[in-house]
Ligand binder design. Sequence first.
Ligand code: HEC
Ligand SMILES: [Cu+2]
Length: 378
Amino acid sequence: MQSWIPFLPEQASTVAARVDGLYFYLVGLTLFFTVLIVSVIIFFVVKYRRRAPFEVPRPIAGSIKLETLWSVIPFLIAMSIFVWGASVYFIQYRMPNEAGMTEIYVVGKQWMWKFQHTTGQREINELHVPVGRKVKLTMTTEDVIHSLYFPAFRTKADVVPGRYTNLWFEATKPGRYHIFCAEYCGTNHSGMIGTVVVLSQTDFDNWLSGNANQQSPVAAGQELFTTTLGCASCHNADGSGGRGPALTGLFGKSVQLSGGSTVTADEAYIRESIINPQAQLVMGYQPIMPTFKGQLSEEQLLHLVAYIKSLSPAQSSGLETTAPARSNDPQPGTTTPGASSMDSQRSNPVSVTPPSARQPGNNNSNTAAPSRGNQNRR
Ligand code: HEC
Ligand SMILES: [Cu+2]
């Protein structure tokens, strides 16, 4: 299809052909009706042209048969688009709940894409993935809304401040394909591009081992948890409880909240528990956990989430990309972290976070707007 008309990017994922099929159906329908209507217009213009200066046309009383027909046919056509579209949508956006998916963490930022593999390898504006394996992306952004778009895979999803979204794909052809940001995000939006490099499984394994000297997200999260942030003074590092609840087996479990409601502990819930612990109090516990808002970068938060997930045997969450976040905080990206960390000290009788725990890279957390000033930070 690609070769004779350079109309669409290469089809390089399992959903690409389905998306294109739907697309061609829509284009075909549009062409068919355009041609039909234009021909009928021309035909009628000629056939019913005025032949005499004072000609009066014959009145038409209407036709039930005709009216039913021109209601029912468009209805069926519209429904066929709906059913077909919905089925492709669900295949594309429902996260396959499979063990052994390649997991990748994504943080968008004005104006770059940062990727991290579960084995620790970091990449900027370049992403290496294996062919023929399902890849799950867990994504967020440090500043404004961006949208991660892989044209050759026919898939894209927004990344939203304060929220995790997910995307999956399975590449079918080794090669190099475009990555775009598909959401206008400021001056250099058009430069927020990259390359996804699809490798055979052996090449991918080689690539991974060639870049293997980096700390994995789980290890980084564990370090934050036990030493840097002192979470372990309340939640024991082995996962058993202390002043705070046990975190072993938390991920995927449903949690009883103090209001009596329950919530499933997914990535968004864990993030919220760290950023805004008072928002959803676990039943039977006092609100003594300090907020860590403004003290952690999105990457560090992802590392903590990865570590807490690793304390649970079943890893895949089945989150959908469109799952709404439960955040009570409408725009965490634009709050003033300095002010909230002052709050945290007031509402926090047992502050266990020494000032030195702040990462040097995060000192900017005292400035209000994270976007403009720090674009060269990392
Ligand atoms: C001062 C003690 C304390 C510290 C320090 C602390 N927590 Fe907590 N944490 C608690 C308490 C108490 C709760 C239960 C009440 C609540 O939900 O806020 C809790 C709840 C949680 C929950 C939700 C648990 C569940 O069962 O739903 C998570 C996740 C969590 N903490 C992670 C962390 C992380 C990560 C850190 C370090 C960045 C941390 N905590 C630091 C006391 C603490
Ligand atoms: Cu962008």
